[in-house]
Ligand binder design. Structure first.
Ligand code: GUN
Ligand code: ZN
Length: 460
């Protein structure tokens, strides 16, 4: 168990953080960037009470916090809400960056053997601590996480999140077919495990339980029905799964469930689609599916680095916007190749570029902060810098290294090199933030706060 993390947390105290504050008050416009919904407060003090909640912000030019406030001066750095990763697999840190396969082979060759090891409580506990510390070290303070099929792996994640004060949604994976020995459960055993985990952890502190159907392929219709029943029996449960990621997978689901209109419809028939349902990928959907997502309030967790790495396909974000279903953004490690959200957002931009659209930085950042919080029903707690929310925050260097530093200087207008166009771009703030989003990685991270307490992520 990781004690470094505990030692790193500072005691509760009134805290004032000086930085460039950026968050969203509403969903930004799709397409060409405008400032709708964007709240940028350069060089402000963000005030955080002893209870870890944001109290407000004041311009540093005209305000200085009193002596009863502990001051952290991050002047000249970017302070944003901690990122929310809406789909990621804790045990798959063991297989990130594995060569040579598409989804179904990748699961069999790399992922299932790695997950088998998490049957051991010690492996699960070490893995959970390593994983949550890694999230924090990437500026991600909340996540919707897949454990393994083993009850102990979900236990370990909940316990580790509680120790860190983090917002976590997770659950034991349901898999009663098409999975190897040691990774299969059965309907009644799984029901009992879920009930015990819900009883112990759901709604405790910042933990919530997610009914976790791996994907339609690995659950019998009876298990899907049981998963739907759980969701109806317990208030506020989440549901997480995968949908329409890969064409071979879609064809397999069609064979296994000939009565369903589509892959997504398999989940709908089991009563699994609702406003706390998070479905990863959603690449191979049709208009009927998208309308169903909109009507049920379920969200797609778009996973660009995973979709590129596994060769799964190009998510149609424009179609989601046109029909009006929710989209959040996620790393999907270990199919995804990084826990870093700026790198993931940069990949999302490239996926949309390949589809012939341009994702603006505001839409991308919103989807990873306030948009995700709203889609999860958690915007009273996380995702923005509004008063009363918990101060889950990340402070980032605007640039690291000579290239990014030069680019940032050009964007801010401090340097107009001979090669740069005359004058500033039409949207200087967007240009600066887009360059940050495209060039930043975890080495840009300067500080992380969970519920108003600083985390020593480097020691972790
Ligand atoms: N589909 C079913 N299981 C998985 C998984 O672990 N990762 C991804 N990317 N897709 C899946
Ligand atoms: Zn996944």
């Amino acid at each position: 168990m990781n004690t470094a993390h505990k030692l790193a947390r500072t005691p509760a105290q009134k805290l004032a953080l000086r930085a460039d504050l950026l968050d969203f008050t509403a969903a930004p416009s799709w397409g060409s960037p405008t400032l709708h919904g964007v709240r940028f407060r350069p060089d402000h003090w963000l005030m955080v009470g002893e209870d870890g909640r944001i109290q407000g912000a004041e311009p540093a030019a005209s305000f200085t916090p009193g002596p009863d406030w502990q001051r952290h001066d991050h002047r000249g750095q970017l302070l944003i809400p901690g990122f929310i990763d809406t789909h990621v697999h804790a045990p798959q840190l063991d297989v990130i960056a594995s060569w040579g396969t598409g989804l179904l082979d990748w699961l069999e060759t790399y992922t299932f053997p790695a997950e088998q090891r998490h049957a051991h409580p010690e492996v699960a506990a070490d893995g959970a601590a390593r994983f949550l510390d890694a999230l924090l070290a990437h500026g991600t303070t909340a996540a919707v996480v897949f454990a393994t099929v083993h009850r102990t792996s979900a236990e370990a994640l909940f316990a580790a999140a509680a120790q860190r004060g983090m917002r976590l949604v997770t659950g034991k994976v349901l898999m009663d077919r098409n999975a190897p020995e040691g990774l299969r459960d059965d309907v009644e055993g799984a029901r009992a495990d879920c009930e015990a985990l819900i009883q112990r952890w759901h709604g405790q502190g910042r933990n919530s339980y997610a009914v976790t159907v791996r994907f339609a392929v690995t659950s019998t219709p009876e298990q899907l029905a049981m998963a739907g029943e759980l969701g109806r029996r317990h208030a506020g449960l989440y549901m997480q799964t995968h949908v329409a990621e890969n064409r071979d997978e879609v064809a397999w689901v069609a064979k296994l469930f000939p009565e369903a209109r589509s892959y997504l419809d398999v989940y709908h028939r089991a009563g699994l689609l609702h406003e706390r349902a998070v479905l990863a990928h959603g690449i191979w959907l049709d208009t009927g599916d998208r309308a169903l997502l909109r009507d049920t309030g379920a969200q797609i967790a778009h996973c660009p680095s995973s979709n590129l790495f596994l060769g799964s396909g190009l998510f149609d974000w424009q179609a989601a916007v046109d029909i009006g279903h929710r989209v959040s953004i996620a790393t999907d490690v270990g199919g995804g190749t990084t826990l870093c959200m700026p790198r993931t957002l940069a990949e999302a931009y490239k996926v949309q570029a390949l589809r012939g659209t341009r994702l603006n930085a505001w839409t991308a950042l919103h989807a990873a902060t306030r948009g995700a919080a709203e889609a999860l029903g958690l915007s009273h707690e996380i995702g923005h810098l509004g008063e009363g929310t918990l101060a889950d925050l990340a402070v980032w260097h605007w640039a690291q290294g000579p290239v990014a530093t030069h680019r940032d200087a050009v964007a801010t207008g401090a340097v107009l090199s001979a090669a740069a166009p005359a004058g500033l771009p039409a949207q200087p703030l967007h240009a600066r933030v887009f360059a940050w989003m495209t060039l930043a990685d975890e080495r840009n991270l300067a500080a992380v706060y969970v519920a108003g307490r600083q985390v020593n992520f480097r020691r972790a």
